[in-house]
Unconditional design. Structure first.
Length: 460
């Protein structure tokens, strides 16, 4: 009761003081976990936002005394934190959710996913699938995601319309795919995509050679050269399975990481997804080259690919982010679940409960992801001058009670559907579970209609 009265007084104060600076938005009340370098927590706290940027973070009365928000969001009984950053997924592949389960990666890809893509991927498929993925991400607190797929311009348009931030990679692969019959054609598409979105406020275009084992040397180097020429990220799958290691050793007498080093592939703004089967020498290469690694614990467990050496990565200072992978192999886009499973898997793999504690797991999903995407100057923490990408999570349910440590709750207790509010670039995408940029009914209806076409195409 006292907390309610205090918050009410703050709101009244906001309305009564005439000489305050007018700003666009204030999120007030609750516990603010900043993820700044000091891991500052303000409880209760308030976040002042003007336009796309965070202006100030402080106690509610201090913010009320200085600012007048055009909109105020009350976050009582909630935790306010940076939006989660998913460093690896394939957004349109939500349309293959549950299509093929309980298989090894190579069987899953070669016998089910690649054939299904050949029959079903189109601009419409990509657009509808991305909108469904965006809906899921907004509702579960992801504000930035890194993607690799086809018709990436359609993904970019749908992402921007939904209001999310995306690092989006046009996939290059050696065999014919839906949007390119040859790698050369894929590179032409990638360059056009980069030019179209290079200066977009929400979209960072990227080049995405699928993997070492699905591209030859010339294609890999052409992708790297294109990315460096335009100063955009390069995204690649790396050392995901033992089979990939076998292929690399047979073809190149090397590990995938060392082979890519030997041909001059690694460079700045490179993101490697998975990195499960790496040696100490591989880890040293990734550290020396400043490569970000996207750790995908759920997909790796489900496909029985193995456990990435998270403890070694962190000890070596490798930039490590967290990803869900595509919903065809996960099967969801919930980054809270990814945090929890990352912590559990690391503890299990090392037989050590102190490996990847809650704070470290939260770091991976916020600032770790920002660093892996070379975006740490603008996102990943709640600090003045950074983009206003933040979420508010309810802790007012039976499952969330009692609350002793908010960080522990975020990692070990919270689920995506606990997210109440999602804000990206200062724009409210969802408030009190009510979406503002997407029509949930329409998005799901479109996806269900498309799913029937997929079912007919693949004989399911």
């Amino acid at each position: 009761m006292r907390a309610c009265i205090a918050l009410a007084l703050v709101v009244v104060t906001l309305a009564m003081q005439p000489d305050r600076r007018s700003i666009s938005l204030i999120v007030v009340g609750g516990t603010v976990i900043t993820e700044d370098p000091r891991h500052s927590v303000v409880a209760p706290g308030a976040v002042a936002i003007d336009g796309t940027d965070i202006v100030e973070i402080g106690a509610p009365d201090a913010i009320a005394a200085k600012y007048r928000g055009a909109e105020t969001i009350e976050a009582r009984d909630q935790i306010v934190l940076p939006g989660l950053i998913n460093t690896h997924t394939h957004a349109p592949m939500v349309m293959y959710r549950g299509l093929a389960d309980d298989l090894t990666l190579m069987d899953w890809l070669q016998k089910y996913i690649f054939p299904a893509e050949a029959k079903t991927v189109s601009p419409e498929f990509v657009r509808i699938g991305t909108r469904l993925a965006a809906l899921e991400m907004i509702e579960s607190g992801t504000t930035t995601y890194a993607d690799m797929y086809y018709f990436e311009e359609e993904i970019a348009k749908a992402t921007r319309e939904a209001g999310l931030r995306g690092v989006l990679g046009q996939t290059i692969i050696q065999f014919p795919v839906a949007d390119a019959k040859t790698p050369a054609e894929g590179l032409v598409r990638a360059e056009a995509f980069i030019k179209a979105f290079k200066d977009d406020g929400l979209i960072v275009p990227a080049v995405a050679p699928h993997a070492m084992y699905t591209n030859d040397k010339g294609t890999l180097l052409a992708c790297a050269e294109l990315g460096r020429r335009y100063g955009v990220p390069i995204i690649i799958h790396l050392a995901e399975t033992e089979e990939e290691i076998r292929i690399a050793r047979e073809q190149h007498r090397s590990t995938p990481t060392a082979y890519l080093e030997a041909i001059g592939f690694w460079g700045p703004k490179t993101l490697a997804a998975h990195g499960v089967w790496v040696t100490d020498e591989d880890i040293a290469i990734l550290k020396r080259r400043g490569v970000g690694v996207a750790h995908n614990p759920e997909s790796n467990m489900k496909l029985a690919s193995g456990a990435a050496p998270v403890k070694k990565y962190l000890a070596a200072g490798v930039t490590l982010g967290l990803g869900t992978d595509g919903a065809a192999s996960n099967n969801d886009q919930d980054m809270f679940e990814a945090m929890r499973q990352a912590s559990f898997l690391a503890k299990h793999a090392e037989h050590d409960p102190t490996v990847l504690p809650a704070q470290a797991a939260l770091d991976l999903a916020t600032m770790g992801g920002a660093r892996a995407l070379s975006m740490e100057r603008v996102i990943g923490s709640l600090e003045p001058g950074k983009r206003a990408d933040l979420i508010a999570v309810s802790v007012n349910t039976a499952r969330q009670t009692p609350l002793y440590d908010p960080v522990s709750h975020l990692v070990y207790t919270t689920r995506g559907d606990d997210v109440q509010t999602t804000i990206v670039n200062g724009k409210v995408l969802m408030k009190d579970r009510q979406l503002r940029t997407l029509d949930r009914t329409t998005v799901i209806a479109d996806a269900r209609r498309l799913a029937q076409k997929v079912r007919e195409a693949v004989g399911r």
